[in-house]
Design a protein around this ligand. Sequence first.
Ligand SMILES: [Zn+2]
Length: 282
Amino acid sequence: MNKRVIVLAVLGAALAGASLYGQFPTGPSKLDTIKVRDDLFVVHNAFVPGNSTVLVTSEGVILVDDKFPQDVDNILAEIKKVTNQPVRYVVNTHHHGDHSGGNARLQAMNVDVVATEAARRHFADAKQPGAPTVTFDETAYLQLGGTRVELYHFGRAHTNGDLVAYFPAQRALAAGDMFTFGADVPQLIDYAGGGSAKEWPRTIDRVLQLDFDAVVPGHGNVTTKAELRKFRDTTDRLRNRVRELILKKASRAEVEKMLRSEFNFADLHIGRSLDGLLAELQ
Ligand SMILES: [Zn+2]
């Protein structure tokens, strides 16, 4: 299996997990840790390039996204390499199992899980374990050890419950799957999860008003605000291309072909996004 096939297979399992929890990959991923700032790290999967963001404070750790259940021990081991502080809060950027699968195990260790109310509703609908216990609609602030994390839901994008975690003192942002970086991980609009290609560019426009340099994408390497701006334009182009074909009365197969050739969509992305795109942009 090449790297790209593994990425797609695992993302597929992750999404299936939103409704069929238990169909996740069985083994833990190999992890490594990247230093973004003195107090900010990313725990990165070597082969499936998913990201968890770790903010270290003098009173504990805030962890943004916790991968699959079987990854929790390795995430905690990676955190131990940079601090002895315990994890105090987990933030889920959205409900998908590759970002929230560790919740139940961490909650058993008295960690509070924070997400949007829309994300929590997806947990409830799918009877997905580890539902967040602290939720908000638009804005929440976490203060720990004199450090502040700002959580924003700016609108629909990958799902209807996406949040970004903004670290003002670190000038950094954890974007979740609203931003996937690199050709190996094409954009996925999870219509069943409330995603919207129509609203996606506007949602990123609001994110771009925050003041930051470093961006942790949901999948892919840590990068810059300029790359997020480029990705915003890709979401706009995707929306416009689909709309253009619909206006030309193109067939479903023609739209599919365009998404595969111009936006690198694979079976997973077609399956999850095509019907929703055609319905939303008609
Ligand atoms: Zn996702």
